[in-house]
Ligand binder design. Structure first.
Ligand code: SF4
Length: 303
């Protein structure tokens, strides 16, 4: 089968079996082409709720499939690859978070959406990279335990000086791998390009950016900019997708290090096999479901 033949078969099967395919922006282009919707974690979580289909196939990583199940427990949810975890989402244990909370009496716990359902169950509210500062500002507590990403946390702290944010050593190993030297080298190589960066990057990288935002924010920035060249400071797939969307503009990945192996664990044949043969639906036990759901509902109410 060629790529195109497999894509056509996938489109036929998903219609026949009433499946909604959601794909994160970090998926390969051949996968995003067959998706009903492509977006970042927040956009996908909203789509998960409103999709009319009874079955959702998440092309992304495990915490994203869990988020779909939490928001739409009545749906059958499949993850595109059993091997697609997220190192950041799994860096902390619920016990570690409970111990840390005791150090800051009266604090509220804010969990980045890139966390396991078990960690979400420990949190008061969930946030995305685009909603984090807005939501933290609205919380009644002055002390905030922000898990797990210290880099996103530092970015939020700078926007919310009235709050005291406390951290626990988590980060995205992909975004945290790029340094100020990488940013300086990319800017020197492409002096006419604007530099757009994701807040999971280190502060030393963000301080060199012309714009900092989520993947959806970066995409919107490009759409509204008159500039023709951009250095893209997030997973390299975003630069590829933007190249297809705006073929008359140039997009340079900030660094070849910005490749997420977990996001790349999904192949087009994985999607095809699940649609053709079925897969193992994601299950969350009822107690975990109700424990973790609350912080997502608060995010949707506050964000
Ligand atoms: S890019 Fe980072 S946060 Fe996103 S899935 Fe990969 S490891 Fe997790």
């Amino acid at each position: 089968m060629t790529i195109r033949e497999m894509q056509e078969e996938i489109l036929r099967l998903k219609t026949e079996k009433d499946v909604c395919i959601l794909a994160h922006t970090y998926q390969s282009h051949e996968v995003t082409e067959i998706a009903d919707f492509v977006g970042d974690s927040f956009q996908l979580s909203l789509k998960a709720k409103s999709a009319p289909q009874g079955t959702v196939l998440m092309c992304g990583v495990r915490f994203m499939a869990e988020t779909v199940k939490l928001l739409a427990p009545e749906k059958t949810v499949y993850l595109s690859s059993e091997h697609a975890g997220c190192p950041m989402a799994e860096q902390l244990t619920p016990g570690q978070v409970r111990d840390e909370k005791k150090k800051y009496p009266g604090c509220m716990t804010v969990a980045y959406i890139n966390t396991t359902a078990e960690l979400k169950a420990e949190a008061d509210v969930c946030v995305t990279s685009s909603s984090a500062a807005e939501i933290v500002k609205k919380l009644p507590a002055a002390d905030i335990l922000f898990i797990p990403d210290v880099n996103l946390g530092a970015y939020v702290q700078a926007k919310c000086p009235e709050k005291r944010l406390h951290f626990m050593n988590g980060c995205c190993p992909v975004h945290a791998s790029v340094t100020a030297a990488d940013a300086d080298a990319a800017k020197a190589e492409h002096p006419g390009a604007l530099f757009l960066a994701h807040p999971e990057c280190r502060a030393e990288v963000l301080s060199r950016a012309d714009y900092v935002g989520s993947t959806a924010g970066i995409t919107d920035y490009v759409k509204n900019s008159a500039c023709r060249e951009f250095i893209i400071g997030t997973e390299t797939s975003v630069a590829v997708h933007l190249g297809f969307e705006y073929p008359d503009r140039r997009f340079y990945p900030l660094s070849a290090k910005l490749v997420c192996r977990d996001m790349k664990a999904t192949s087009l044949p994985d999607v095809y096999r699940i649609l053709k043969e079925g897969g193992r639906p994601l299950e969350l036990d009822a107690a975990l479901l109700s424990g973790a759901r609350g912080c997502l509902d608060r995010m949707l109410a506050l964000g």
